[in-house]
Design a protein around this ligand. Structure first.
Ligand SMILES: CCCCCCCCCCCCCC(=O)SCCNC(=O)CCNC(=O)[C@H](O)C(C)(C)COP(=O)(O)OP(=O)(O)OC[C@H]1O[C@@H](n2cnc3c(N)ncnc32)[C@H](O)[C@@H]1OP(=O)(O)O
Length: 154
């Protein structure tokens, strides 16, 4: 069961290409909590997001949606840990310190991809997450991500 609002719609002033509602030429992914430490996102590719062969999704787009889904999860978790609703009070930002993607199978361009993110560990300065991307019912990519907390003026 999803919380009513997407995480990205609660984070203010985000112009990110992958996840910023303020970027009308961006991918505008939406992520939702499914549990204490887990989130999901469904992304529907457009034909121009293709790889060399037109039936498969481009690897950079795969990395982008995994990056944005996990970093937005870390940001929302930062607010949760602070005991605040996402986007309220002083801004909490995380940037990608590490994004290690394993491409395991080609992802189809003409089907939505399903992403899950799981928080493995968190400390004051960083959050360690794992991400899985499925297409056509199989795992096509996994990622190991370190989100690092950055100041508002980053
Ligand atoms: C207003 C701001 C907006 C921000 C973005 C909006 C995002 C919206 C959503 C966007 C979604 C898309 C998001 C994007 O696209 S974000 C864009 C892509 N990312 C970047 O451009 C990041 C560039 N790098 C930096 O700014 C700094 O190097 C960062 C901030 C990453 C670290 O800075 P700094 O070096 O000063 O940090 P520290 O030394 O105090 O270390 C702190 C802790 O972090 C650990 N660590 C650090 N690096 C790594 C690493 N590579 N692997 C493993 N661990 C690492 C480190 O060991 C330490 O841990 P501990 O020893 O405490 O245990």
């Amino acid at each position: 069961m999803h919380e009513p609002a997407a995480i990205q719609d609660q984070i203010p002033e985000n112009h990110c290409y992958g996840c910023g509602p303020e970027n009308d030429r961006g991918l505008q992914i939406k992520s939702y909590w499914t549990g204490e430490d887990e989130t999901v996102c469904t992304f529907t590719p457009s034909p121009h997001h293709c790889a060399g062969p037109t039936q498969y999704l481009n690897g950079g787009i795969i990395a982008t949606v995994m990056d944005c889904h996990t970093i937005c999860t870390a940001i929302a978790d930062g607010y949760r840990q602070a005991g605040r609703a996402t986007g309220t009070g002083d801004k909490i930002w995380y940037a990608t310190g590490k994004l290690d993607v394993q491409y395991r199978a080609p992802a189809l361009i003409d089907e939505p991809v399903e992403l899950t993110a799981k928080i493995l560990e968190r400390s004051e300065r960083k959050t360690h997450l794992q991400c899985e991307l499925k297409s056509g019912g199989r795992v096509c990519a996994t990622a190991d991500v370190i989100a690092v907390r950055v100041p508002d003026n980053w």
